[in-house]
Design a protein around this ligand. Structure first.
Ligand SMILES: [Cu+2]
Length: 467
């Protein structure tokens, strides 16, 4: 499985450069796809369930090697949905080349003269996907062809909804550790596992998420300033990707991402001292980084200040993120990731805790009249700023930008949370009823799913509100 992955990034700079190159290469894909459809002879797999291709890499293009694509420049590779696809790439000249399949996030390492590598993956997404060389300039010089999955390729609707690996992708908003009561720093061990799982975005619509520990967001971690945190990182053996983690609470290279680039089935670890109190995002930082975040790989870590935060009756954990799918909300079937929409920052879904209207019904937030609540609110993103608001309430205190050192802002209607940022809001609930959590860029709430409910029960309070 490990050879499905993009090349191992030796340094943090290489990670970023790789991400940049892939991102830069995405432009123009759609026009190219339209132009190329049906132009080249197609290669048909010979064994049912398997599709094997050979390509030689030249600056002028990939040339088919063997079978019906032999000698064809940039041949269209046709496979059936569910096929196990193997592509063996051999460099045909002295220049360095690689091959990446957009939308599948598989990539060979950079190959020198006469070097070969085989990448293998399951064609689980219907559509047409460009295969390219990611070395700067090489795509433009002709190193670009098409992988077509399914009969109609990109014009198809979604395939049928898939069997789910987890019943509910959404993290329970009450699933967070209690406040820390010890008055001294210590060593804390935290455990993370990157898992790629199929789950429902909404009833009848499935998606392959990439997660920390099987939920979106991942676990809520809670430490105290001065603590030494030992991060134990595992990437599940069924993963198709390298994964990693960048904690914004870390002082050190890549926030831990350099130390945790972890192939499927392997483990890594690192430790850091929590020097700064605050509410911090963590996220996967493996190339292509925005894709890993958009698939669901983010969460929050709270570094409590000395003495902790003021006591409240209830705490909740909510993180906003975007899902870039090929089809709109309400489309039954198995949704696929759309990298072009991500590049354009136009998600079909914007969600709290991983899926369409996740924090409603059984997953709603609950409190009683007279109680105080605190919501830790982060934005995994990867791209959109949230205008967080609770309809019918005013935040008594806001820890703006996740700052737990300065005095909180007071009496705030709507607050900002940036991609890769977080905040905490506190308020007392005085009147029973349903209070709706929104991103007040309201198309996201009404049309794209970013909606939660805080259910407040108790005695009516006509002095404050009467219908
Ligand atoms: Cu990842």
């Amino acid at each position: 499985m490990a050879d499905k992955e993009s090349p191992t990034a030796g340094t943090w700079i290489a990670v970023f450069l790789g991400a940049f190159v892939i991102a830069a290469a995405v432009g123009g894909a759609v026009g190219f796809l339209a132009a190329r459809q049906g132009v080249q002879p197609a290669a048909q797999p010979e064994t049912p369930g398997f599709a094997t291709f050979g390509l030689r890499a030249f600056i002028s293009g990939f040339v088919g090697s063997g079978g019906s694509i032999d000698g064809v420049r940039n041949p269209t590779l046709e496979v059936e949905v569910g096929d196990r696809v193997s592509i063996t790439v051999t460099n045909g000249e002295a220049l360095v080349h690689d091959l990446a399949v957009e939308g599948y996030n598989v990539q060979t390492r950079r190959l020198g003269g006469d070097e070969s590598q085989t990448i293998t993956f399951v064609a689980d997404q219907v559509g047409s996907f460009a295969y390219i060389c990611t070395v700067p300039g090489h795509r433009a010089s002709g190193m670009e062809g098409l992988l077509v999955v399914g009969e109609d390729g990109i014009s198809s609707g979604p395939g049928p909804a898939q069997e789910v690996d987890v019943a509910d992708i959404s993290k329970d908003p009450t699933d967070l550790p209690p406040p820390i009561t010890r008055g001294f720093p210590t060593t804390v061990h935290i455990f993370m596992e990157a898992r790629e799982v199929v789950a429902e975005i909404e009833p009848g619509t499935t998606f392959r998420y990439w997660t920390f520990n099987g939920t979106v967001p991942g676990p809520f971690f809670r430490v105290r300033v001065g603590d030494t945190v030992v991060v134990h990182y595992r990437n599940h053996e069924t993963s198709t990707q390298n994964h990693s983690v960048d904690f914004h609470a870390v002082t050190g290279p890549g926030g831990g991402a350099v130390a945790t680039q972890t192939p499927p089935g392997q483990e890594t670890s690192f430790q850091f001292k929590a020097l700064n109190p605050g509410i911090f995002i963590y996220h996967c930082a493996s190339p292509h980084i925005p894709t890993h975040i958009a698939m669901g790989m983010y969460g929050l870590i709270l570094v409590e200040p000395e003495g902790g935060l003021p006591a409240v009756d209830r705490e909740f954990y909510v993180v906003q993120g975007e899902l870039y799918t090929k089809w709109r909300p309400g489309t039954d079937g198995h949704q696929v990731f759309d990298g072009e929409k991500m590049r354009n920052e136009q998600p079909e879904y914007v969600v709290f805790n991983g899926r369409w209207q996740a924090l409603t019904a059984d997953n709603a937030l609950r409190a009683n009249v007279g109680e105080t609540v605190r919501i830790y609110f982060g934005v995994g993103g990867p791209n959109l700023i949230s205008s967080f608001h609770v309809i019918g309430e005013i935040f008594d205190r806001v820890y703006t930008m996740g700052d737990l050192v300065s005095p909180p802002a007071q009496s705030v209607q709507t607050t900002i949370a940036l991609p890769g940022g977080a905040t905490a809001v506190e308020f007392a609930v005085e009147v029973p009823g349903n209070y709706i959590l929104v991103d007040h860029a309201l198309s996201r709430t009404i049309d794209k799913g970013a909606l939660g409910i805080l259910v407040v029960e108790g005695q009516e309070n006509p002095d404050v509100f009467q219908p």
